[in-house]
Ligand binder design. Sequence first.
Ligand SMILES: [Zn+2]
Length: 219
Amino acid sequence: MFNVIRRPVAPISLANRTSYSGKDVVKALREDFFDKCYICETKDPMSLNVEHFEAHEGSVDKKYQWENLFYACARCNNFKRHHYNDLLNCTSAGVDVLRLIRHAPPVTPWSTNVIIEAKADDAQTISTANLIFRVFNESDTGNKDVAVTYLRKRVYKRYAKFLAYINIYIDEDSIRQDKDLALEHLRNLMDKSQEYSAFLRWAVLESPELLELLGDAIN
Ligand SMILES: [Zn+2]
């Protein structure tokens, strides 16, 4: 998960209270959430949509409240639905969603197990870790294993790319320019605007050597 700085002024179409997913709302969410799902961090324009963080359950205020609108993919939205109504709020400045939930990437393209772990014992952190764990480990109903297998493979590819640049950096045969370029790529891959940044950032957080080298890129 990644922190989002939400624009303070609500898109104007929300004031009409006729649609919560007008073009201006979708555009604002896309920009503020770096065009990715706040739960799984996938960039998928085909399935990303407006989600109610707290189910509105008929409340007009909650339905059109800018602060209650999040950007999520259809698959995560389906896992969340009304079952998770007390999640960590990634748009709250005081909530460090990255460090509260440990993400460990799959170590092969076929790994069937992704570790998602709550690092605090409050209800919100536990609930959020549980949802993210399910997203990366559970099959969808009706869709068999295809979606979750594909998702894990995508995370693995990102992680493998990250390791490839680390290999260039540590290779004795690499020249200075190669190393500098590798560092630049590593920083770019772990930027919070990038896909699956939490997995890469946790690889850095858990290695003192990488933390010294790349810690400043955890924005
Ligand atoms: Zn998602």
